[in-house]
Design a protein around this ligand. Structure first.
Ligand SMILES: [Zn+2]
Ligand SMILES: [Zn+2]
Length: 256
């Protein structure tokens, strides 16, 4: 039986409030046995803890999204305390996003550095969100020595060069539904070049549903479509792709 790992989703969001149990059931039917529910704001942590404590195969992260407006910036201490829960497997999502830029770049940068420092302190990887901000993101990752704690380039949608720089720092590259979109030949090409031990898959649900579900609400079960697409372009079986991405996620999140 195939066992897929959705390395990044937002299953606690209100979009799932009416049918969350059905979403979990469909996820297991699709062979998706594990997921990480990723944080975008610290107020969410109690909800995430409820979720991981009542479900098997579910872990969570602690962090504030680069574009999320907050009254108080998170501190290293605050992040470390919240990340002390035994089912917290990562810090983030954090990073740099100049696409929407609801938060000014200086604040984003300071917030991102704070997250990486917390990740070092608790020895957990950083889930990195990078959108239209390659140079700034990669520079900060290097300056803050991301190699020391490890990290994941989530929802990767940039260039081959950026992927290579991230790989050189020991990071994992995670592909979401946008790797299945018709116009994204270049992204599929990059997905063929990531070393077998560095590739992850995710949904980023409820966003970015993969083909053939594009336009619908995304859910963890649909990570199998991401797996099928990448297996096809890499010329391997979906079972093999499932094996390597699940093994990579278990290792990256220190679950084995
Ligand atoms: Zn993101
Ligand atoms: Zn996300």
């Amino acid at each position: 039986m195939m066992a897929l790992f959705d390395s990044h989703c937002h299953i606690d969001f209100e979009q799932f409030n009416d049918d969350r149990d059905d979403v979990f059931a469909r996820m297991r039917d699709a062979g998706v046995t594990r997921l990480v529910a990723v944080s975008v704001e610290l107020e969410q942590t109690p909800r995430l803890i409820d979720l991981v404590e009542s479900h098997y195969g579910v872990w969570f992260s602690v962090g504030v999204h680069p574009n999320h407006g907050v009254d108080h910036e998170p501190t290293v201490d605050q992040l470390c305390k919240l990340a002390g829960h035994e089912k917290c497997v990562a810090i983030g999502e954090s990073g740099m996003d100049f696409f929407r830029a609801n938060v000014d770049p200086k604040t984003q940068e300071q917030r991102f550095r704070t997250h990486i420092r917390a990740a070092h302190a608790v020895n957990k990887p950083v889930i990195v969100h990078m959108r239209d901000a390659d140079d700034a993101t990669l520079r900060i990752l290097k300056e803050e020595n991301i190699a020391g704690c490890g990290g994941i380039m989530h929802c990767f949608s940039s260039t081959c060069k950026a992927a290579r720089q991230a790989l050189d720092m020991g990071m994992s590259i995670s592909f979401s539904g946008n790797v299945t979109f018709k116009r994204n030949d270049e992204l599929r090409n990059i997905a063929t070049q990531i070393p077998e031990d560095s590739i992850l898959i995710e949904t980023d649900a409820p966003y970015l549903a993969p083909v053939p579900m594009r336009g619908k609400r995304n859910e963890p079960a649909f990570v199998k479509h991401v797996a099928e697409c990448i297996a096809e372009v890499r010329g391997i079986s979906v079972e093999h792709l499932a094996d390597i991405t699940t093994a990579n996620a278990l290792k990256r999140f220190q679950l084995i």
